[in-house]
Design a protein around this ligand. Structure first.
Ligand code: PLP
Length: 407
């Protein structure tokens, strides 16, 4: 079954607006995706019909809000095939999820321990681990990539040993689109570094395929709602129940305690022990609406469509003199990072924007990766399910125009 992209587009009100007097061509989906009407409705309905605080009230609305909020947890747990709904911890996004894990890990790290990340990391999955190591005397090792942006599996495996206590890596690179073979890589970790826990940064992976945390075999998988057609300010930390159960608490305060005296406190059970304070209730409900909406799509058709968009981009890009594709891994999602020789990515982005085409330019929160690849930054078009082949073509017509203006 192929994807009915035109019908899909109708569900996204923002896609029919104009910018600078031109129809919007939104190609910045790796930064954030647009929201279908069902997600917008879920937020409006919550605030107009059910708004109340969760878990605490003795009244109708509080019960209703709690039910919607906790049902959302079940929706997400089923979506990623968690073993239990208690394994789903609500966060503000990927960054917070990684911080909960790295700050907890920092309390356990000691001199001699080793943490492994990759050259593909977003700052969120790098700076956090640098900090954790810095304060504990553990060492951080960075697994290299080749010039196409593919992880060097042999070098990765060589970094693993009995002192490796943590491995963190992205499912998919936001800057290059590289898809890491995470199942195989985790197998290597289990063989060579049996003590290590593994975190997968799923910020970019979650919207592009069937994420099954049990099949992946990691200990933690984190993602943000806003990259999955959901609201900003909400995300998920999934962790194996046994691991989360005694994970150091993150925020302390209301909701996460079992009992409190003036001198001391004890912590509640999962998931609350890692969710102090009033949560982003509307965001959680909006995220569940996004997941329900996404789940009814044919995942094979989604992947085939995104592949067709990327292939068309690669084909058209090859016709433009001076355009260099940055990141050309064999297994790659719809992220098209490039530089136009002789021009700065920011100028390219500006000139495309004037034509209604939204891309992202800069280092994509991956400064060390840019340095590794020998570029100051790139222009990045990133595709989603509602993009059309015509829009990809418009990108390259726009680029040719920009190139003439920059000459
Ligand atoms: N990791 C990756 C791979 C990302 O692409 C991003 C966002 O672009 C993040 C982490 C951080 O996500 P957030 O800003 O939603 O916390």
């Amino acid at each position: 079954m192929s994807l009915d992209v035109q019908a899909l587009r109708q569900e996204f009100p923002i896609l029919s607006r104009e910018v600078h007097g031109k129809p919007l061509v939104y190609l910045d989906n790796a930064a954030t995706t647009q929201k279908p009407q069902v997600v917008i409705d879920a937020l409006v309905n919550y605030y107009s019909q059910s708004n109340s605080n969760v878990h605490r009230g003795a009244h109708f609305l509080s019960d209703e809000a709690t039910r919607l909020y906790e049902d959302s947890r079940t929706v997400v747990a089923n979506f990623i095939n968690a073993n239990a709904r208690e394994e789903v911890i609500w966060t503000s996004g990927t960054t917070e999820g990684i911080n909960i894990v790295s700050k907890g890990m920092a309390q356990r790290l000691k001199a001699g321990d080793q943490v492994v990340v990759t050259e593909l990391e977003h700052h969120a999955n790098l700076v956090t681990w640098q900090q954790a190591c810095k304060h504990s005397g553990a060492t951080l090792h960075v697994a290299p990539i080749d010039d196409n942006g593919t992880l060097d599996r042999e070098a990765f495996t060589e970094l693993l040993n009995k002192n490796t206590v943590f491995v963190a890596m992205p499912h998919v690179s936001n800057a290059l689109g590289t898809v890491n073979p995470i199942v195989d890589l985790i197998r290597q970790v289990r063989t060579h570094a049996p003590k290590a826990l593994v975190l997968i940064d799923g910020a970019q992976g979650i919207a592009h395929g069937n994420v099954d945390v049990r099949a992946i075999g990691c200990d933690f998988y984190v993602f943000s709602g806003h990259k999955l057609f959901g609201p900003t300010g909400v995300g998920v930390l999934w962790g194996k129940q046994a691991v989360l159960e005694d994970w150091p608490v993150w925020l302390t305060g209301g909701e996460m305690i079992a009992s409190v005296s003036y001198q001391d406190a004890t912590w509640g059970a999962l998931p609350n022990r890692l969710e102090a304070g009033t949560p982003n209730i509307a965001g959680v409900i909006g995220l569940a609406a996004a997941v329900r909406w996404f789940q009814q799509l044919d995942m094979q058709a989604v992947q085939a469509h995104e592949k067709a968009l990327l292939e068309r981009a690669i084909e058209l890009g090859a016709e433009i003199e001076g355009l260099r594709l940055i990141g050309n891994a064999k297994d790659k999602i719809g992220v098209y990072s490039f530089i136009l020789e002789g021009s700065h990515p920011a100028d390219v982005g500006f000139l495309l924007d004037r034509q209604g085409i939204a891309i992202r330019t800069g280092d994509h929160c991956a400064q060390p990766l840019m340095e590794r690849l020998g570029v100051p930054g790139t222009a990045r078009a990133s595709f989603s399910i509602y993009n059309t082949l015509e829009e990809v073509e418009q990108l390259f017509v726009g680029l040719k125009k920009a190139q003439t203006m920059l000459a």
